[in-house]
Design a protein around this ligand. Structure first.
Ligand code: SAH
Length: 215
C-alpha cells in the first residue's frame, strides 16, 4: 500500500513481533489494513502507535497488541464464520475480514456503526456485515460461529455467545470489573467450556442484557 503510512505500519509490525505476536496471518493483516482510516482525523498521526485512542461517543479503538492477541487466540485459517461484538471503529472488523471467510459485527451505538461502515468502504473492504443491536445476545441467523471476539468488558461469559459457538469454537472476551479485566479465551468443549487467561486488559464496558446494565 502506498499511502504515506507504510513506514509507520512497518514499525507497528515490529512492535507487535517484539511483544510476542507470532501468527503470520495476523501480522500480514496488520500490514495490510490502513489503521489511520479508522481513527479520527486529528489523531491520524498516532494511528500506528500501539495504544488505544478515542473514537467518539465515549468509546475507544483498542490497542493493536490486544487486538492482535485476540485474533491470534481465535486461530483463524481463512475459512471461518466469525462474530465480533463491539464494532467500534471497524478496524478489528477489517482485520477479521482478512482472516476469516464470513464476518458479522454488532455494535450498539448506531453512529459508530455508520462511521465504521464508511471507514471500511474507504479502506476498500466490502465483506463484513455490520449490525446495530445488543451483541451480548449474539446473532442467531449465522450461528454457529467458529470464533467470536468481544471488544468490551464483561462481568462474565455471556451465555448466548457460548451457545452460538461450534464445539471447539473460540470466544475471546475481557472478563472482570469495570476497571480491570483479564482477556480470556473460552473454548467450547463437548460438555461445557474451558478458560485460558491471555492478558491483563482494560476495555470500555459491554452494555446489554448479558453484560453490564444501562447505568
Ligand atoms: N474493536 C473496536 C473496539 C471498540 S470499543 C475497535 O477497536 O474499534 C467497544 C465497542 O463495544 C464500543 O463501540 C461500544 O459501543 C460497543 N459495545 C458495548 N456494548 C455492546 C453490546 N452489548 N453490543 C454491541 N456493541 C457493544
Amino acid at each position: 500500500m502506498t499511502d504515506g503510512y507504510a513506514g509507520y505500519r512497518a514499525q507497528l509490525l515490529e512492535t507487535l513481533r517484539a511483544k510476542g505476536i507470532r501468527d503470520l496471518a495476523v501480522l500480514r493483516a496488520v500490514a495490510t489494513v490502513p489503521r489511520h482510516l479508522f481513527v479520527p482525523e486529528y489523531l491520524s498521526h498516532r494511528a500506528y502507535d500501539d495504544a488505544a485512542l478515542p473514537i467518539g461517543n465515549g468509546q475507544t479503538i483498542s490497542q493493536p497488541w490486544i487486538q492482535a492477541r485476540t485474533l491470534e487466540a481465535m486461530q483463524l485459517t481463512g475459512r471461518e464464520t466469525v462474530l465480533e461484538v463491539g464494532t467500534g471503529s471497524g478496524y478489528q472488523t477489517a482485520l477479521l475480514a482478512q482472516l476469516a471467510e464470513t464476518v458479522v459485527s454488532i455494535e450498539r451505538v448506531r453512529a459508530l456503526s455508520d462511521a465504521a461502515r464508511a471507514a471500511l468502504e474507504r479502506a476498500g473492504i466490502r465483506g463484513p456485515m455490520l449490525l446495530v443491536s445488543d451483541g451480548t445476545l449474539g446473532w442467531q441467523p449465522l450461528a454457529p460461529y467458529d470464533a467470536i471476539a468481544v471488544s468490551a468488558a464483561s462481568p462474565d461469559v455471556p451465555e448466548p455467545l457460548v451457545r452460538q459457538l461450534v464445539p471447539g469454537g473460540r470466544l475471546v472476551i475481557p472478563i472482570g470489573d469495570l476497571d480491570h479485566q483479564v482477556l480470556t479465551l473460552v473454548r467450547r468443549t463437548q460438555d461445557g467450556m474451558e478458560r485460558t487467561n491471555l492478558a491483563d486488559a482494560r476495555f470500555v464496558p459491554l452494555i446489554g442484557e448479558h453484560g453490564w446494565g444501562e447505568k
